[in-house]
Design a protein around this ligand. Structure first.
Ligand code: C2G
Length: 158
């Protein structure tokens, strides 16, 4: 069983996250995600829209993700890789070269990012919309979450 490990905030889950997780899973058999805690995000200068528990629930509904654990500090990666016996450590290439020091205990890969989308851009465009547009968006987001839940409950397979 080839194990792949990655890290991130995965806030406002979008196509860039999905494509990265798919490509990481394709590198092995088991994908483990170190999900940034809300406290660690503050340290990173980030405030996520969804809480750690909500981001964890959303990521667990992704068919490429097998296991999630909390990321609380920059320095925990080496011990995580050893503890989970990860063969591959992978990130998007906005982190290129940042984790090469881990090359002595696993294979380190950086995959191309999906350029036309980011959580920061989504937040920017959302902040420019009217309350009425907000309502409409909330409705469509809720129906999207219902579909995800239905799919993960296997409703569509019956
Ligand atoms: N990503 C991507 N394409 C995008 C946006 C993000 O491939 N359009 C990738 C990033 O390169 C990263 C992963 O998705 O590998 C998660 O991105 P973020 O949630 O923004 O991660 P970040 O907050 O930068 O946390 O210790 C490392 C940190 O936890 C990384």
């Amino acid at each position: 069983m080839k194990k792949v490990i990655t890290y991130g905030t995965f806030d406002l889950y979008h196509i860039g996250h999905v494509r990265l997780l798919k490509r990481l899973k394709d590198l092995g058999d088991y994908l483990i995600v170190g999900l940034s805690s809300d406290e660690f995000n503050i340290e990173k200068g980030k405030k996520s829209f969804f809480s750690y528990e909500e981001r964890r629930e959303i990521l667990l509904s992704c068919k490429y993700v097998d296991e999630i654990f909390p990321e609380n500090s920059w320095g925990q990666k080496r011990s995580d890789i050893i503890r989970y016996e990860a063969d591959i450590f992978g990130m998007g290439n906005d982190w290129k070269g940042k984790f090469d020091d881990l090359n002595d205990i696993c294979k380190v890969v950086y995959l191309p990012r999906t350029n036309e989308v980011s959580t920061t851009e989504i937040k920017k465009s959302l902040s420019n919309i009217s309350p009425r547009q907000c309502e409409d968006l909330e409705k469509s987001l809720n129906s999207a979450i219902d579909i995800i839940k239905a799919v993960s409950d296997g409703l569509y397979l019956k």
